[in-house]
Design a protein. Sequence first.
Length: 295
Amino acid sequence: MESVSIPWTRRFCSSSCPCRSGKPAYSCCWKGNARWEKKPAGIITPGGNQYSHDACYLSPSNDCGTKITKEHFISRNVLARISGSLLKFEDAAHFFGGKPSVEIGIDAFSAKVLCDVHNSALSILDDEAGLTFSKMEDFYLDLTRLPAAKRVSHSFYLSSGLDIERWLIKVYCGLVAAGKIRGLNGTKVQRETLPACLLDALMGRSTLAGPLGLYYHSFAGQKRKSGGLTFATIQLTNGSDMVGGLMLSLGIMSFVLVTTELYGRTFNDPNWYRHPTFLFNVKQSGSRAVYLLTY
């Protein structure tokens, strides 16, 4: 989906693309008339043999490799960029059996849940997530400089919201496959309960229909902070103690992935955005910083 026209961003159309692909903007995400669209990763075709590896959560696709590899639930390149050596969990009972907050080393947060073929094929999503969250850290730094800016400055960053949605699906599926997500009573979410629609969306074969999918949360006056990534779960709204999805907070905004139709919250709050092109726009004393996620 193309963005609405953002007239002042015309200045970027003849420079390197704000998505940081390294390509000129006019041959990448610039769509003319001050509109932008970050093209998401397409359908992922692993190219494996007609083989189903029992230990790979993508085994239903019947195109696995013969080896199982160790997989970081949250891609190590993402963790290393934004979390240092520790990963923080809030409201962590769905992960760690009742503890309200947990910090663990990033190298310990991994398991053998994907075959080598699928692990390699999905690395394109890991790379995009790492780049996106790195850009968000840069955006945060831009915001902290605005009040002290002695000259007018402009910054513009662009990412694919659909790629972030697919990456979060990958995180969720990996956690479930490893038995890391459980109800407050200790009952583990079983790999066999992963909806086929999640696996299809992960591979790019389809898109999710509401209420499933990615939501962004941001609002005017939100306190800006840095310090890396905080991870949590959302609980079902039907009275059970089971998980309804994942929440990831990174400084200026939060991302929520709803993973089941049993999650009844409709997100009517205008500060929650699902799937539309989302614009984070900050102006101060003639300076401007913008982050755009297209869908």
